[in-house]
Design a protein around this ligand. Sequence first.
Ligand code: GNR
Ligand code: NI
Length: 173
Amino acid sequence: MTIRTILTEPNKILRQKSKTVDLVGSEEKKLMDDMLETMYNAKGIGLAAIQVGVPKRIIVMDISKEENKKKPLYFVNPIIKNKNNEFSTYEEGCLSVPDQFAEIDRPSSCVIEYLDYYGQKKILNAEGLLATCIQHEMDHLEGILFIDYLSKLKKSMIIKKLSKQKKIDRIVV
Ligand code: GNR
Ligand code: NI
């Protein structure tokens, strides 16, 4: 397994729409293994393939709290079958928007149909943090970031900060 580089905003690749996976083969499994290791290494709870520059509809997640009881989840070609009319608010962050956090409203629960690591069709009824995270990840598949839900002013301030930080990193590294 290999830790891959996580792309950060501003980066046009993050705005690409990811493509449906035809078959969950060895290449996809290797990608999912790498994504999981990359996510754990970055202390994240979810990661979409586009965040490592691969425009495939693949997501890995692990919302388990205990370090020694890992519960990796793999989602290929996820589709939202149903979502609650009620919303809940979570303070969201994103590995592609480093050190920035904002309260975002999303449907409080949803039903997801997807293929698992073995290409088997599954249905998941998600609520709480799981529902929030899967919706955040599925936004990545459409090229959407959580900052897109903020006011134009807040969003532009965040992008400006991140661009400046990138310039500093370039000089230091
Ligand atoms: O690690 C992450 N934490 C998080 C917290 C609240 C809502 C969504 C997330 S996902 C994020 C990892 C990430 O950027 N996934 O795309
Ligand atoms: Ni994210």
